[in-house]
Design a binder for this molecule. Structure first.
Ligand code: IPM
Ligand code: MN
Length: 367
């Protein structure tokens, strides 16, 4: 097949990890006779420096015209001034919103070879296999009014948590559809004992649940969910939640996997166009050193193959190759290897194992 993939490497380690993922995609294209066309675009801090805006119009236009977007990371200390009018993160939020990518899929399935990295006891992590569906274009991140004003009492700041029934319904429905392909349990996370928006969320979740009698629905308050992620994580299957709750819970969930560096994500909307990015940040402290872990981005490329290009077999091939590389002890510095591989060596180790992944029956990140 022919596909066009827009790359937004972004800041910090973004360009290094995106480069490895691109090489993996090129290897896949060659192995299966596909034609992938890549183009590179500015997003985040690098766009602020070059254009004065975190999401230039031509980046958005290129993303819209592409079949999928692969993103590295945005941000860094040089753009962190709290007084700044433009921030790299605005680019990320703007592109998610403009492309209508309301569903952020974050699978969490720790690798046994990395279990020692988790601060949790092995028995708390064994068997963990869930996916968090984070609502991505609504809630506290986007609600209005939003802003700061001077008043006689001093400065006042406001953020608004707002959801329409429709916004809740579409993400919860996706959660049920996913659960149907998995262990048939949806955990809807809210703060319904306090927030009105959560009480609507819960009502809609119950309504949608009636369409899926074969899937069990449970409700959990976000604070106790944060605790249960540490105490009973293997119980979860599909977690669905509000934008900021999902942001916080997925960083916590990454602790189960041992390293932020290995977790991918997909942001999906109504059509096939999706945006794929590792869940880690731009790691400015190690940028340019060639030691970042490219695994999260390579697994994000696998999600891209699956969700935007419909290439399930190829996606599994990549996931299986990653699996093999990690289990065979191919590790970068972040996962505490005695003789750590560089970013390029890790990418190479994964590409060398694509053969072994061919026709793989089982995928680790099938979500
Ligand atoms: C994430 C990040 C972003 C978010 C930031 C960088 C805006 O933390 O993708 O989880 O909060 O969504
Ligand atoms: Mn986050």
């Amino acid at each position: 097949m022919k596909a066009s993939i827009a790359l937004t490497p972004g800041d910090g380690i973004g360009p290094e990890v995106v480069n490895e993922a691109r090489l993996v995609l090129e290897a896949i294209a060659q192995r299966h006779g596909h034609e992938f066309k890549f183009s590179e675009h500015l997003l985040g801090g690098c766009a602020i420096d070059a254009r004065g805006t975190a999401m230039p119009d031509d980046t958005l236009a290129a993303a819209r015209a592409a079949d999928a977007v692969l993103l590295g990371a945005v941000g860094g200390p040089q753009w962190d001034d709290p007084q700044a009018k433009v921030r790299p993160e605005q680019g990320l939020l703007a592109i998610r919103k403009a492309l209508g990518l309301y569903a952020n899929v974050r699978p969490v399935r720790p690798y046994p070879a990395l279990a020692r990295l988790s601060p949790l006891k092995a028995e708390r992590v064994a068997g963990v296999d869930f996916v968090v569906l984070r609502e991505l274009t609504g809630g506290l991140y986007f609600g209005t009014p939003k802003g700061r004003t001077q008043t006689p009492q001093g400065e006042v700041a406001v953020d608004t948590l707002v959801y329409t029934e429709g916004e809740i319904r579409r993400i919860v429905r996706l959660a049920f559809q996913m659960a149907r392909q998995r262990r048939k349990l949806v955990t809807s996370v809210d703060k319904a004992n306090v927030l009105e928006s959560s009480r609507l969320w819960r009502k809609v979740a119950i309504e949608v649940g009636r369409e899926f009698p074969d899937v069990k629905l449970e409700h959990q308050l976000v604070d106790s969910c944060a605790m249960r992620l540490i105490t009973h994580a293997p119980q979860f299957d599909v977690i669905v939640t509000e934008n900021m709750f999902g942001d916080i819970l997925t960083d916590e969930a990454a602790v189960l996997a041992g390293s932020l560096g290995v977790l991918p994500s997909a942001s999906l909307g109504e059509g096939r166009l999706g945006l794929y990015e590792p869940i880690h940040g731009s790691a400015p402290d190690i940028a340019g050193k060639g030691i970042a872990n490219p695994t999260g981005t390579i697994l994000s490329a696998a999600l891209l193959l699956r969700h935007s290009l419909g290439l399930e077999r190829e996606a599994r091939e990549v996931e299986q190759a990653v699996n093999l590389a990690i289990e065979e002890g191919k590790h970068t510095a972040d996962v505490g290897a005695a003789h750590p591989l560089t970013t390029a060596q890790m990418g190479e180790a994964i590409r060398e194992r694509l053969d072994a992944g061919e026709g793989a029956p089982l995928s680790r990140h099938q979500d």
